[in-house]
Design a protein around this ligand. Structure first.
Ligand SMILES: [Zn+2]
Ligand SMILES: [Zn+2]
Length: 390
């Protein structure tokens, strides 16, 4: 079969599986599980892949809910990544249920293409994208060592073939003071909450003098026990983000200085721990992004290569993109301006538009796999670009 014929059959395969892919994504949506605890989602996804003829390794990289499904052998080895973790209280407000069903759907639809041209398709299940940095851990443990390229389509509120994502690291902070009666003996207390509040003030001042795209934000997780007790303990969680790793390191030190200054001023003792997983900035492979974009456009979606109005955060796909050529396109499932991590987006992730986004993205991914295995020169160009902008 020629390439256009194969692409038509790929589209037909996704359409034929419309109902089961939709069911799979809605089932995950209705059973939200937090990072590293995605037991049901991982079981349903791997079961779907096994029933569709994929070989499965479960619990790879010593992470019980990570998995690797493979079909075919040899190169190119093309990975499509699945995320399936939810957010506390908000459920699937990042739409990872759609990413998961999209990845397995694309993988299954790619099988005839692999049969005809060789190569292999890998569906890699990556837990805990939100805060846990599952892909960062998996990258360190070699999960992406033997693949040629990686793709993941994330839902959002616009169609774009590339994504900007910042380097990011989490910070846990605690202040230890001394309890006292807040009215009768305040002079004997050391106020750990005031130390935390001063830290926020110092960070707010610092924020005026940092680069445009850098971000520092946090919450207080312990602010004391009662209004009549001088807080002996306070705690908070912060995220520090920057456009590149060098500036992130610079910023991390300046953020710690804010906490140290508050410790000195208040007399409270500071303890802090940087999060284990560090999110790298996302490197978009433009050659690969263009191939995906053309396939998405053939499905009558208006896809920009870049969208400067696009909001940006961080993703552990950044860590994968530092190792192998990668793309992380966005498929629109919600009205422009609707933000991920909101209740509205959680509804969109289970809506008709959400399912349509899942199916279109799965088709475009499988069509992209078709282009890649059928045209070794495209694979070479993707690799050349990756080497050149190192
Ligand atoms: Zn998210
Ligand atoms: Zn997400």
């Amino acid at each position: 079969m020629d390439i256009e014929g194969l692409k038509a059959s790929v589209i037909g395969e996704i359409d034929a599986r419309r109902h089961e892919l939709s069911e799979l994504s809605l089932k995950i949506h209705a059973n939200p599980e937090l990072g590293f605890h995605e037991v049901k989602a991982a079981a349903w996804l791997t079961q779907y892949l096994v029933e569709s003829g994929f070989a499965i390794k479960q619990g790879i990289c010593e992470l019980p809910t990570a998995f690797r499904g493979s079909y075919g052998q040899g190169r190119p080895a093309i990975a499509i990544l699945a995320e399936y973790d939810a957010l506390p209280k908000l459920g699937h407000a990042c739409g990872h249920n759609l990413i998961a069903a999209c990845a397995v759907g694309a993988g299954v639809a790619s099988k005839p293409v692999i049969d005809q041209f060789g190569g292999s398709i890998l569906i890699i299940g990556t837990p805990a994208e939100e805060l846990g940095g599952g892909k960062a851990i998996m990258a360190e443990r070699g999960a992406f060592a033997d693949i040629d390229m990686a793709m993941l389509v994330h839902p959002g509120s616009h169609d774009t073939a590339t994504t900007q994502a910042l380097a990011c690291q989490a910070l846990e902070v605690e202040f230890f003071g001394k309890a006292a009666h807040a009215a009768s003996r305040p002079e004997t207390g050391i106020n750990a909450l005031e130390a935390m509040l001063q830290s926020f003030t110092a960070i707010n001042s610092l924020r005026q003098h940092i680069k445009d795209k850098a971000r520092i934000h946090g919450i207080i997780t312990d602010g004391g026990e009662a209004a009549n007790i001088v807080p002996a303990h306070s705690a908070g969680i912060f995220l520090v983000r920057a456009e590149d790793e060098t500036y992130l390191e610079n910023l991390k030190q300046r953020v710690i200085n804010c906490f140290s200054g508050a410790a000195t001023a208040s007399g409270a003792r500071l303890e802090y721990r940087w999060g284990e997983a560090r999110y790298s900035p996302l490197r978009n492979n433009l050659t690969l992004a263009q191939v995906f974009r053309r396939n998405m456009q053939s499905l009558r979606r208006k896809v920009k290569l870049f969208d400067p109005s696009n909001a940006f955060g961080s993703t552990d796909m950044g860590n994968v993109s530092q190792l192998v050529p990668s793309i992380h396109p966005i498929v629109s499932i919600a009205p422009k301006g609707d933000s991920v991590h909101s209740p509205q987006f959680a509804s969109a992730a289970a809506s008709e538009a959400g399912i349509q986004g899942l199916l279109d993205a799965a088709k475009a991914l499988a069509m992209t796999v078709t282009d890649l295995v059928a045209n070794p020169e495209i694979v070479n160009k993707i690799k050349e670009e990756f080497q050149q902008d190192r």
